[in-house]
Design a protein around this ligand. Structure first.
Ligand code: CA2
Length: 145
């Protein structure tokens, strides 16, 4: 059976491709899922794309990933900059964790420059648009292949 990669998305990312295209582009989470599934297939991996506006639900999925996923690609949205709880959950996950941001957070407001999740992430991509997810999936393939 294929190893599964969880692609976990935080608050407001359900709006990708629907609002603020000047920052976040025109592609939706459905496009992200399709692009990542294509890359994953080449490495014999499967994907499960998840999105929630609730911190606790994101944490529950990270816990679930301990049993069901070989790796996590996560864009925690604004929780990136605030959530020690998400960091704690990721610290209990043993596989690779890659952090993705659609925008270049370092080019934006200073409150976006710090990430709790980066203290656990094995790699961070920011500012590659939604293409960052597929790039992270390619890296996941190298790490797990
Ligand atoms: O650049 C990223 O991917 C962010 O994680 C996105 C978060 C932001 O708080 C982080 O600092 C950086 C915001 C997600 C909001 O997503 C939207 C997408 C389209 C339209 C409106 C919001």
């Amino acid at each position: 059976m294929s190893k599964t990669i969880y692609i976990i998305n935080g608050p407001n990312l359900n709006l990708l491709g629907k609002r603020q295209p000047e920052i976040y582009g025109h592609e939706t989470l459905a496009d992200v899922e399709r692009q990542c599934a294509g890359v994953a297939q080449g490495f014999g991996l499967a994907v499960r794309l998840l999105q929630s506006n609730r911190e606790g639900e994101l944490i529950d999925w990270i816990h679930e990933a301990r049993e069901k996923a070989a790796g996590i690609i996560i864009n925690p949205g604004a929780f990136t900059h605030t959530s020690i709880a998400i960091l704690d959950a990721l610290n209990a996950f043993e596989g690779p964790v890659l952090e993705v941001h659609v925008s270049n957070v370092h080019k934006r407001e200073s409150f976006r420059h710090h990430s709790y999740v980066s203290m656990r992430a094995d790699g961070v991509l920011a500012g590659f648009g939604v293409e960052g997810y597929a790039l992270a999936m390619r890296r996941m393939g190298s790490l797990l292949g």
